[in-house]
Design a protein around this ligand. Structure first.
Ligand code: MOS
Length: 700
């Protein structure tokens, strides 16, 4: 089924916006409870070893302390859980900052003071926390990157490189980065008998429920997870981390009492995931006309010893351009540090930095315009799957951006424009992100003609329930519009309910998949509803559906595309780097809500700017911890760092992706943004910076 858009494509303010700006939209920590208790953890001060003793006497004696839990006194968890979910289950320490004890008190201040009084002694063991690509201990080709093989080779890339007219070989590096949404990770947990009720800052109420049910050996039906509003996620709130399990564990020891735990900003750097550092060896070979004959993208990157997570960094190079031969590999260093996780465009964000900078270097080596080089290597079919594209408008994005950015007037010579003491340059990079559909989201449509929601004899209202998450991307608005179009009624007659496992299972706000996965389920439920009851239903009539499979999945390769343009200014004396102008042009199917979509693209581009110039978690490998673990040390682009930023999208009609014709837009804005800035910095100064973030010392 393909929807006819009425609400879709029309700018729609966030329905929850007024409540948010009045401070009335409840975020997890604000969930009211009678006499809540507050948790503060004690964290390991060694990267690896064993706790030999914990002295809680001073903490126990503090007025207001209810309980101090240690591995010896904590309730037991099920064994069948993620390695880092086994909080307070053993004396083993596998990372600096790991939870080794927890205090519960009547105020958060008391809990924090008491945690400080807990004395822990350790037997330390040798650890490894430095990313060393020559290490003998790297996970090999049998590791998996998001379900796909770590290695993928077509043809003989080394022979093709040896025979190429022009080659570029370079190593690119991206740092460890941490997600820092405005709202830290938060859990509010209470046990009501054998039921666990959790208010959580999460991108995925169902995944949280699944993880907690597993940890405590419960049926999923015995766990409620609620998250109507979430103050940003970026991926770290997709998976479940030790903080959530710890809060539920502590709550189990005080039955009937509500326990609240909000991470401090510093704790956000310890236990809730990060984007791992990457080392990327990229080689491109081309014939004299600039047609690629070989691509190799060989990656070494960080992971954790206790749990494998492989950033799919080189995956970007598998599908972007046509080349006769190609190799992509991932090798992973298992370090004694926390477990990495998905962070906005996992794989594509760091991988596009290496791949799209290398394309710029190749353009320079060939003397071909970097846009023209990309146009010449546009594939006929998807190089990874061998399938035709459902739609691919990268070239149109590049051409439109070139027009708006006055690309034709650009002098390609690096270091040729000095204005008032600043070297100016412009750069371009391409972006792509797959169209992801997760299975298993349950949607329900119910007619409400009477009572609080209905209006008696008048037009029916429709309650639409789905356990989707709005982490700021605008799901409340987008899903309301989709439901309205699927039911063929105005948006005013839709009452959407999301963010609660009471509505069943749903896939996460992640992988830029939300609108596709949830929207397809809502559309299916609406279709069944109308088949059954028509457009004049009785009060209480209802129908439900689960996300259908995409019938075109095996026929077409499906991706969104984009082109980033950046202008960079580098101070001739100080090396200070500024980005006065960015433009992103995207082709991402139908844009469901232009208002919030623009924000998503802008947010992605801003995060790309931030990665290009600011963000870097500095890991002290002597201790295995991040030293710049706050906003004073971990720099994120502020308004003052963002110049003029423009977003445009092309109309794209894609009948294959989903009933809405939409592609995901949450992540593509960051993909390629840092490369465009690095390429512009090279054009400005003649200095090629291959390591992020780009700081002024590179130009001195
Ligand atoms: Mo995102 S990194 O897909 O939550």
């Amino acid at each position: 089924m393909t929807l006819t858009p009425h609400a879709m494509g029309t700018a729609m303010p966030r329905p929850e916006g007024p409540e948010k700006v009045r401070g009335r939209a409840p975020y997890a920590f604000e969930h009211p409870a009678a006499e809540p208790l507050y948790l503060f953890p004690v964290q390991a001060a060694i990267p690896r070893g064993r706790v030999t003793a914990i002295d809680t006497s001073a903490a126990d004696a503090l007025d207001g302390v209810v309980l101090v839990l240690t591995p010896e006194t904590a309730p037991r968890l099920s064994d069948a859980i993620d390695p880092d979910h086994g909080v307070l289950q053993s004396a083993q320490v596998h990372q600096y900052g790991q939870y080794v004890a927890a205090v519960v008190a009547t105020t958060s201040e008391t809990a924090r003071e008491a945690a400080d009084l807990v004395r822990v002694t350790y037997a330390q063991e040798p650890h490894v926390a430095a990313l060393d690509e020559d290490s003998s201990e790297l996970y090999g080709p049998d590791t998996l990157v998001t379900g796909a093989p770590a290695d993928d080779t077509r043809g003989d890339p080394d022979a093709a490189l040896a025979g190429a007219a022009v080659t570029v070989r370079a190593t690119y590096r991206t740092p460890m980065e941490h997600h820092e949404p405005m709202e830290p990770h938060t859990t509010v947990a209470v046990w009501e008998g054998e039921r666990l009720v959790v208010h959580e800052a999460t991108q995925a109420v169902s995944w949280t429920r699944q993880a907690l049910a597993g940890a405590f050996g419960l049926a999923e039906d015995d766990v409620d997870v609620v998250a109507p509003h979430v103050g940003g996620g970026f991926g770290s709130k997709g998976g479940t981390h030790p903080n959530t399990v710890l809060t539920a564990l502590v709550a189990r020891a005080v039955p009937g009492r509500t326990v609240k735990y909000a991470l401090t900003r510093q704790q956000m750097f310890d236990l809730v995931g990060y984007r791992p550092a990457t080392i990327q060896h990229v080689a491109l070979g081309a014939d004299a006309d600039g047609r690629l004959t070989a691509i190799t993208h060989d990656v070494v990157e960080q992971s954790s010893r206790i749990q494998e997570f492989v950033e799919p960094t080189a995956a970007f190079s598998r599908g972007m351009y046509e080349a006769g031969a190609r190799r992509t590999t991932h090798r992973v260093a298992p370090l004694d540090i926390g477990v990495p996780t998905y962070m906005r465009a996992p794989g594509e964000a760091p991988g596009s930095f290496g791949a799209e900078c290398a394309m710029d270097e190749l353009a320079g080596a060939l003397g071909v315009d970097p846009i023209e080089l990309r146009v010449r290597n546009e594939p006929e079919v998807d190089p990874e799957q061998g399938l035709p594209y459902s739609s691919r408008n990268l070239v149109a994005c590049l051409r439109r951006g070139a027009e708006r950015f006055d690309w034709s007037r650009r002098d390609p010579t690096p270091r040729s424009r000095l204005v008032d003491g600043w070297w100016h340059g412009t750069g371009v990079a391409a972006a792509s992100f797959p169209v992801v559909r997760f299975p298993g989201s349950e949607a329900r449509v119910r007619a409400a003609r009477n009572g609080a929601l209905g209006n008696g004899a008048g037009a029916p209202r429709y309650v639409v329930e789905i356990a989707a998450s709005d982490i700021g991307q605008g799901a409340w608005a987008a899903l309301t519009a989709i439901a309205a179009d699927a039911l063929d009624v105005p948006v005013e007659r839709i009452d959407l309910a999301i963010g609660d496992t009471a509505f069943g299972s749903a896939s996460p706000a992640g992988g830029s998949s939300g609108t596709t996965s949830w929207g397809a389920a809502i559309t299916e439920a609406a279709e069944r509803f109308r088949d059954k009851y028509g457009d004049d239903p009785d009060d209480g009539d209802e129908a439900d559906a689960t996300t259908p499979d995409n019938p075109w999945a095996a026929e077409y390769a499906m991706h969104a595309y984009g082109a980033h343009f950046a202008e960079v200014a580098v101070h001739a004396d100080t090396g200070e780097i500024r980005v006065p102008r960015m433009l992103g042009v995207f082709a991402a199917g139908r844009i469901v809500n232009p208002l919030t979509a623009r924000s998503q693209f802008l947010g992605g581009m801003t995060m790309g700017l931030s990665a290009a110039l600011h963000e870097e978690s500095v890991l002290d490998d002597r201790f295995g911890h991040v030293v710049n673990r706050d906003f004073a040390g971990y720099h994120i682009a502020t308004c003052a760092d963002v110049g003029r930023m423009d977003v445009e999208w092309l109309d794209e009609d894609d009948p294959y992706v989903n009933p809405m014709g939409s592609k995901g837009i949450g992540e593509i804005g960051i993909v390629g943004a840092a490369a465009a800035i690095a390429n512009a910095a090279h054009h400005a100064t003649g200095v090629r910076v291959r390591s992020l973030p780009i700081t002024l010392d590179a130009f001195l």
